[in-house]
Write a protein that binds this ligand. Structure first.
Ligand code: DC
Length: 228
């Protein structure tokens, strides 16, 4: 059985940076499931589709042409219809749309097998909202990574500032709270810890500390970790 480590949590909890670094350290594959929903939102926005229409969004999900490509410097690029989405995929506009399209059960169902196909030897680190509850319920280790909304908004603010973001911190905090609310309340695959998840609050921890803690959990839970 190919091991999977699920890292779930709200936006800004650091799942992405932690998941990528842990996958690197182990020589495992990495699935950024948020990028899958962002890519779907990206094509929906481009097509001027009605984000509230489940059938329209599910049809786009079924034909989504998506590739993750790592460049020579190790940076991950998301290609949609062979086009590098670049920073646009990380924008707040796409994030808000991703949270909307992700609420449609038929769209989630259409993306399920694609996510499961990322489980390849020697192992997978999967980050998102429902990795431990729905996509990989048999994951060998489930981590639910969180941090207070204020800390998450500040982290996001610092990140976005570097890309020329013109918004304010209170505005970001409100957006993050709105997204948490929608992701946690939706009927299907809501944002919540799996019953057997290890809860990790990163509010007072540095990125390096969180990575070390997750690696320690992997080594103790997954047993003899084989890397590529
Ligand atoms: O992790 P992220 O911010 O890139 O995710 C963007 C949106 O996608 C998020 O608001 C909710 C949705 N999402 C989801 O519903 N399920 C996942 N496994 C990952 C993301």
């Amino acid at each position: 059985m190919i091991p999977v480590v699920a890292i779930d949590g709200p936006s800004g909890s650091g799942k992405g940076a932690v998941g990528f670094a842990v996958a690197r350290a182990l020589g495992w594959h990495y699935l950024d499931s948020g990028a899958v929903y962002r890519a779907l939102a990206f094509v929906a926005l481009r097509a001027g589709a009605d984000l509230g229409s489940e059938s329209v969004i599910a049809a786009l999900a079924k034909t989504l042409d998506l590739q993750f490509v790592e460049d020579l410097s190790g940076e991950m690029h998301v290609l949609v219809n062979n086009e590098d989405c670049g920073q646009e995929l990380r924008s707040e506009r796409v994030a808000a749309a991703a949270s909307q399209v992700a609420a449609h059960p038929a769209a989630r169902a259409a993306l399920l097998e694609r996510q499961r196909a990322a489980r390849r030897a020697p192992g997978l680190i999967a980050d998102g909202r429902d990795m431990g509850t729905v996509v990989f319920p048999d994951a060998q280790l489930k981590v639910f990574l969180t941090a207070s909304a204020e800390v998450r908004a500040e982290r996001r603010y610092r990140q976005l500032k570097q890309t020329g973001f013109g918004g304010t911190l209170p505005q970001l905090l409100a957006e993050i709270q709105e997204r948490d609310e929608r992701d946690s309340r939706r009927a299907v695959a809501p944002l919540k810890p799996a019953e057997d998840a290890c809860l990790l609050d990163s509010s007072a921890l540095s990125l390096t500390e969180v990575i070390e803690r997750v690696l320690a959990l992997v080594h103790s839970r997954v047993g003899a970790v084989s890397s590529s």
